[in-house]
Design a protein around this ligand. Structure first.
Ligand SMILES: [Zn+2]
Ligand SMILES: [Zn+2]
Length: 146
């Protein structure tokens, strides 16, 4: 299992990626601010390769979402948008086809993407592990608690 999380030190902006999480000790040192933070590796993470509670903040509220790289989604919109703007002066049909293919491309990428388990409280992300069937998709009401 791989974990990716923001350093819990408030003044630190480091994003820490660590793998394999199941072999992590009781603390993890931030490579940037060198603060050691406690890590709680649950039995389920160690033995079943499945997250049931957050290793960083110990919250049990996690959700599963598609692992869509936002930068890529944004790049597709910008690039295809510019091409479409250019073609609107030439042919509206071509311009709309360009926009249509951008949507299609997004859909194709979306359908082949993996899933990532995310912590509501601290947004730590868990990858390369089994999905816990108890976790559902993102819920706004749960998210607003934090
Ligand atoms: Zn740090
Ligand atoms: Zn957390």
């Amino acid at each position: 299992m791989q974990i990716r999380y923001h350093c819990p030190t408030e003044t630190c902006v480091a994003i820490i990626e660590y793998e394999p999480l199941e072999e992590c000790g009781e603390t993890m040192e931030c490579p940037r601010c060198h603060t050691k933070h406690p890590m709680t590796i649950s039995e389920m993470i160690r033995k079943e390769d499945m997250a049931d509670r957050c290793a960083v903040c110990d919250s049990t509220e996690l959700f599963v979402r598609k692992d869509f790289p936002q930068a890529l989604g944004f790049a597709i919109v910008v690039v295809f948008g510019l091409i479409a703007i250019y073609y609107f002066t030439v042919s509206v049909v071509i311009a709309w086809s360009v926009l249509g293919s951008a949507i299609l491309l997004d859909l194709i990428i979306y359908s082949v993407l993996g899933r990532v388990t995310t912590c509501y409280a601290c947004r730590a992300e868990y990858r390369k592990c089994k999905l816990n069937p108890a976790h559902e998709g993102f819920d706004l009401a749960t998210s607003e608690k934090y």
